[in-house]
Design a binder for this molecule. Structure first.
Ligand code: PLP
Length: 381
């Protein structure tokens, strides 16, 4: 059975460029980058070169890039690192990934709501901003519905109403689809995760504007200019840089191709499956996102059948899958808890093909029909 992979927002297949770049660092080039002999120096040079690539792709300076173990650590470093230095109130959007949301909640922070399309309520943001605020965190693209947030506007409002605040943006889900260089010139902190754009799992980065000091999460050998101790994941960092370079190089073509595929998938499912609607506003989403709501369906049951048919997808965010809690993102958008349990996230990426969309359009309507035949409350076409 072939696998139809529609879960790119959870993780992406590793790009050949990234894989090839990593192999030597897992085989014969195994030096510790903090050492002084030839193997160690080679590893350090590889990290420095990767840092140059990541910085260039983000439009930041190499010394502003801190390598981390992934997006979760980058987000946590941003939130707790700023508060550790500045002590003040923290504000984030209600639809942040848990890596930001739980860190903000642990600090007693405030969340700002979104409209039914998932877009941040800027009036409510202004109400939440004042001189006491030390950090504002708003993601660029949402991991569940793909909504793009007006982060440029968030920066402008934060500078005006909370002049002491550092602005952080989680661009983990955005970087495959959007050029973040203009935004990177304005925000203070930017979090990335390699496995969302064809790099390996377990590596990411936080771009930290020069002059901003963060209290580190990890203390030890003082790597990453004292901002993140611990021996760097050399192969992972090299793979991330190669994947990012390929992503940026191919981005315009990928976006055009995947937008067509996503539109065909979303139009095909909403027109053939009764009670199937899209969550969020498609004109304000990243290209890979196809997020659906299925009335009278519990997505967990559908996902089991899809899995048996070789189609991989997720209900809401992958971190929440397995739990029957309705997604906090959909709840913030005003979706009822019952309908939110019928949310299906199909996410496309650099490997998605016409055949994947054909297969999803063949399998999903049939399986929804099968589940509804068993349910007395089902919506009939
Ligand atoms: N931020 C967003 C928007 C994400 O989608 C994810 C992963 O799902 C993360 C952060 C966490 O990244 P990682 O899996 O690298 O810890």
């Amino acid at each position: 059975m072939t696998t139809t992979y529609l879960d790119h927002a959870a993780t992406t297949p590793v790009r050949p460029d990234a894989f090839d770049a990593m192999v030597p660092w897992l085989r014969e080039r195994y030096g510790n980058p903090s050492g002084s002999h030839a193997l160690a120096r080679a590893a350090r040079k590889a990290i420095d070169e990767a840092r140059d690539v990541v910085a260039e792709c983000l439009g930041r300076m190499p010394r502003e890039i801190v390598f981390t173990s992934g997006g979760t650590e980058a987000d946590n470093l941003a939130v707790t690192g700023v508060v550790g230095q500045r002590r003040g109130a923290v504000v984030c959007s209600a639809v942040e990934h848990h890596a930001v949301l739980h860190a903000v909640e642990a600090l007693g922070g405030r969340t700002v709501g979104v409209d039914p399309g998932g877009r941040l309520d800027l009036d409510e943001l202004v109400e939440a901003l004042d001189d006491e605020v030390c950090l504002v965190s708003v993601m660029l693209a949402n991991n569940e519905v793909g909504t793009i947030q007006p982060v440029g506007e968030v920066v402008r409002l934060a500078r005006e109403h909370a002049p002491g605040a550092v602005v952080h943006s989680d661009v983990v889900q955005a970087i495959s689809w959007l050029d973040v260089a203009d935004l990177a010139a304005e925000v203070d902190l930017l979090a990335l995760s390699a496995h969302k754009f064809g790099g390996p799992q377990g590596v990411g980065a936080l771009a930290v504007r020069e002059g901003i000091t963060l209290t580190p999460l990890l203390r030890g050998g003082g790597q990453e200019r004292e901002r993140r101790s611990g021996t760097q994941n050399v192969a992972g960092i090299v793979g991330m840089a190669a994947a990012l370079r390929a992503t940026v190089r191919e981005r315009a073509l990928t976006v055009a191709r995947v937008t067509r595929l996503r539109d065909r998938l979303a139009d095909g499912l909403t027109s053939t499956v009764a009670g199937c609607t899209e969550s969020g506003d498609r004109s304000n989403k990243v290209a890979g996102s196809c997020s659906l709501l299925l009335a009278d369906i519990e997505t967990e049951a559908l996902l089991v059948l899809m899995d048996q048919a070789g189609v991989c997808a997720t209900a809401g965010s992958s971190c929440a899958s397995g739990a029957m809690e309705p997604s906090h993102v959909l709840r913030a958008m005003g979706v009822s808890p019952e309908l939110a349990l019928g949310s299906l996230r199909l996410s496309l990426g650099w490997t998605t093909s016409e055949a994947d969309v054909d297969r999803a359009l063949e399998v999903i309507p049939a399986l929804v029909g099968r589940l509804r035949d068993r349910s007395p409350l089902a919506v009939r076409p």
